[in-house]
Structure formats: C-alpha cells, structure tokens
Design a protein around this ligand. Structure first.
Ligand SMILES: *Cc1c(COP(=O)(O)O)cnc(C)c1O
Length: 384
C-alpha cells in the first residue's frame, strides 16, 4: 500500500535546472540575480509594483508588523484559529494580540471583530482604544485560511472606521483572487496595507523556506527590504541606520521559486479539481461535509477540510484509522488563545472556531495527488 502524504512539494518543472545553475554560478547566498528576478515575477503575478523577498513567511510577518509601526503597548486583532506564526510576530514587536473567532470561511469573522470594536473599544482623537486595558488597538491581522479569501470588503470597512492597519497573512493564499464584486481581479495579500506570502515546504509553491512582502505603501515595502538586509546604509563602509535583520531570501531558494511560480497556475487548477472530486464523492455522505471556498473568488484551494457533521465520527480516532491505512491527515490547529504563551490574552466569539477545531480533518491535498490515491482516501472514509 502506497503512503499518501498530506501535502508534499511538486518539483516536476525546472527546479533542478535552475537550482543547479545557481550552485554552478556560486551565487548561493543573498547576492545573485535570481532574488531580484523572483521579486519581480511575484510582483507581476500578484499585480503589485514591487515585492520584497524574505527567508520565511514568519520573517515577512515580522517585517510587516515592524514597518506598520506596531510596537510596545499596542494591541492587534488576530484570529484564534490559525497557525501560530501569524500571531507570534505581534509579540516580536512588543504588542499583544486580541483573539477573534472565525466565520464559516474559517477566517476571522468580521462581525465578531466589529462587535469587539464597538462594545469594548472607544475612539479618541481618531484612534481606537481598548476600554478594559487602555491600550491602543492599532491593526488587524487577517489570515486567508487554507487559501480561502477572508471577507476583505468587511475588513476594509472596519479598518477605515476604526483607523486600523490591515495586515493580510496571505501565506496560504498566493493566487487566490476576487473574480466578482468591487475587488474583482485583486489578489489576496494585495488589498490591505501590507501582505505576506510564504513558500514553506508545505505551501502551494515552495522555496524550501521563504516568503514575500507586498504593500500598498511603497515606503513600507522599501523599509521592509532595508530591515531585511541588516539596515545597511553603505554597502562598502558597513554603516547601519537601524537594528536590521538577516531576513533576505537566498539565490538558490529564489531559483527554486522561479521554477515553482512557472507551475503555480497548474498547481491551482489541480487543487481545484481534486477539491471538486472530494466534494462530489464525500459532501453530504456518511455524515461528512467538505468545506467549500468563498463564492466570487478564484481560490487556490490549498487545504481541503473534511467536516465531521455526524457526532458518531470522532476526529482523532478517524485520523488514527487513516494513518493505519497509510493515509496522512491532520486536525486543524489548536486555538491560539489556548496555547501557553497567550493564555492571558483576551479572546472573543470563539464558538465556531471551537466547533471547527473539534470536527475538521484535513485530507491529502498535494499538487501531485493522483485520482487513484484520492479515490483510496474516499473509499476508506465511506466505510468509517
Ligand atoms: C505557513 C504560515 C505562516 C508562516 O510561514 P513560514 O514560511 O512557515 O514561516 C504564517 N501564517 C500562516 C497562517 C501560515 O500558514
């Protein structure tokens, strides 16, 4: 029986060729032409004038918080249901997250965010303050969970009304874009003040580790690049104007990224096809639902969520049963407000996040998943 992994990379394009070229050229670190080229190609793909490459999505999110001017004493609305790397950078800059639950897109619920802002905050001199803590609420970090677009028109309205910076964690959502409505044509990550992509090994396209920052404020993008390269003012004399970071992507990684980007639209088509297959085979059958993606959006459908509607299904037993049959699956993340570093932080409107946390099993979704393997997953699930 073949092992069916949850999500593995797909190097069926020019990856080996481009990476080999980089090695042969001896430009293996942050110098070399591929990094700039990768930035240009990503910028073009997402429809932005520039993009800033960095060595992970997490470092990109750290840079986003830094250049947005979020700092000590500030508060930031953040999702309770997501990967913890969306939230830790808020702490890196000395600010505190306030956790908000999700809606049926699995992304932060804008109605819950609005309820927190209107009931627990007040506006003074054009700024928003948390009435309980007295802290300035400065930003919202929305995550496009599993490639599904968060409700950006609603978040844009909230950001405007409460004078908040909108940071898009688009680490799971490169290629996801609106196809209808006022934001038609706009890509996830390019709509708020600043957005971040990830090219970690489990994401839809990978550079091993890597990320990219885009911003609608050209000076923010420029500052992100400056901070990511040790805040160097003078290349020869080693003059540094700030406390910088070693966050730049390498030429080898960028070479891999260029080959992956060539394949991205094909990967997205495959993800969409296999999601349709699971939906057709499992949705509404045997006490299962397959969660869908937002209407009016072309989603990259990065991860597929099987929702255990029938209470006779027990998540962990099911994951174990699948593992016995060499099928790798996983539950959705434990809520961040329940994790040790964040137990003291405020958290609101968690009912849906708790329900999805308890009842979702993520199914194999690699871009090279075959129809036969997906059929094996389906056949087993229908016997449980
Ligand atoms: C993957 C991911 C990150 C971090 O990206 P890395 O490249 O792994 O550092 C941040 N937020 C979310 C929601 C992610 O899924």
């Amino acid at each position: 029986m073949r092992f069916i992994p949850l999500s593995v990379p797909n190097f069926s394009g020019h990856e080996k060729e481009y990476v080999n070229e980089a090695v042969v050229s001896e430009w293996v670190s942050t110098g070399g032409s591929r990094v700039g080229e990768f930035e240009e190609k990503i910028a073009e793909y997402v429809g932005m004038p520039t993009a800033v490459a960095c060595n992970s999505g997490t470092s990109g999110l750290h840079l986003a918080n830094l250049v947005a001017g979020i700092g000590r004493g500030d508060e930031v609305l953040a999702p309770a249901l997501t990967f913890i790397a969306a939230v830790n950078p808020i702490r890196y800059v000395g600010a505190e997250p306030v956790f908000i639950g999700c809606d049926d897109s699995l992304c932060m619920d804008p109605a819950a965010a609005r309820a927190f802002l209107s009931e627990h905050c007040e506006m003074r001199d054009g700024c928003c303050y948390n009435k309980r803590t007295g802290a300035r609420v400065k930003a919202i970090v929305v995550v496009h969970v599993f490639g599904n677009m968060a409700d950006l028109p609603a978040f844009l309205a909230l950001a405007k009304e409460y004078n908040l910076i909108l940071i898009e964690d688009a680490t799971e959502a490169i290629g996801t874009r609106y196809t209808e409505g006022p934001l038609a044509g706009r890509m996830a990550g390019t709509i708020g003040d600043i957005g971040v992509y990830s090219f970690n090994g489990n994401k839809i396209m990978t550079t091993g580790a890597g990320g990219m920052v885009v911003s609608n404020h050209p000076d923010w993008a420029e500052r992100a690049k400056y901070l990511s390269t040790q805040a160097k003012d003078d290349l020869l004399q080693f003059v540094h104007g700030d406390v910088g970071y070693n966050y730049r992507l390498t030429n080898v990684q960028a070479a891999m990224g260029l080959a992956q980007l060539e394949q991205l639209e094909g990967f997205i088509a495959h993800k969409n096809e296999m999601h349709a297959f699971y939906t057709e085979q499992l949705d509404g059958k045997n006490g299962y639902r397959i969660l869908s993606f937002r209407d009016g959006v072309r989603s990259n459908r990065w991860f597929y969520s099987l929702y255990l509607e029938d209470p006779r299904h027990e998540r962990d037993a099911m994951i174990a049963k699948l593992a016995e049959n060499k099928i790798q699956t996983r539950p959705v993340w434990a809520l961040i407000n329940e994790q040790k570093p964040y137990l003291a932080n405020e958290a609101y409107s968690l009912a849906k996040a708790e329900d999805y946390r308890a009842k979702i099993v993520n199914l194999p979704c690699s871009t090279n998943l075959t129809r036969e393997d997906a059929q094996r997953v389906v056949d087993l699930l229908l016997t449980l």
